[in-house]
Design a protein around this ligand. Structure first.
Ligand code: 6PG
Ligand code: NI
Length: 187
């Protein structure tokens, strides 16, 4: 692939970092994650400008049929006993699916179908994940290093963060005495 400049585009498959012109970056800090973790008081007590995750994306043509390619880098850490995670979303266009590819670190992909129980997949270097249509998705970093996952999704997919409020995903992931514990919310 070459960028519109004619220069080659490269990705470091050990990290997911892109080497290209016009790479776009989106940063999500502690202050942006109000209401996401089960203990919001613990979240507020952490530095508000701490970057929990960022996404780097190649520039894509903004038209139906085209695809986005981006890497999410999720820091290791916890809010109280709950592992750092992305906000998570349904696609605005619910029928649009997505692929994730684990590149480094260790974590869990939470998958929440609209009308079926939530389920999880282990994320690790080399893992491949099909996120079906009508399924919300969230990455959780259960390891000690950065969790990076490459994703490919349709440009028309969009994000719907609101539909997961107020209860969010039905599975939460905690560190209980050094063990990763999947817990069903509200039980
Ligand atoms: C997408 C992808 C992915 C995701 C990031 C950040 O549809 O754009 O699933 O790039 O947006 O992992 O997660 P949040 O959008 O939930 O903050
Ligand atoms: Ni998505």
């Amino acid at each position: 692939m070459t960028a519109s400049s004619g220069l080659p585009v490269r990705v470091d498959l050990l990290t997911g970092h892109f080497d290209a012109i016009n790479v776009q970056h989106k940063s999500t800090c502690m202050r942006d994650l109000q209401g996401v973790f089960s203990d919001d008081a613990a979240r507020k007590a952490l530095p508000e400008d701490f970057e929990v995750y960022h996404v780097e994306m190649l520039a894509s043509p903004q038209q139906e049929g085209e695809l986005h390619t981006g890497t999410t880098h999720l820091m290791p850490g916890k809010v109280a006993d709950e592992f750092f995670m992305t906000r998570g979303h349904f696609h605005q266009r619910r029928e649009q699916a997505e692929f994730y590819f684990g590149l480094r670190g260790e974590g869990i992909l939470l998958l929440q179908p609209e009308n079926a129980p939530a389920y999880t997949e282990q994320v690790f270097a080399g893992s491949v994940h099909h996120i079906p249509s009508f399924t919300a998705h969230r990455l959780v970093n259960t390891g000690h290093d950065v969790l990076s996952a490459l994703a490919v999704w349709p440009v028309i997919a969009g994000h719907d963060y609101q539909s997961l409020q107020p209860d969010g995903f039905r599975i939460r992931v905690f560190d209980r005495d050094g063990k990763v514990s999947l817990e069903v919310a509200g039980v």
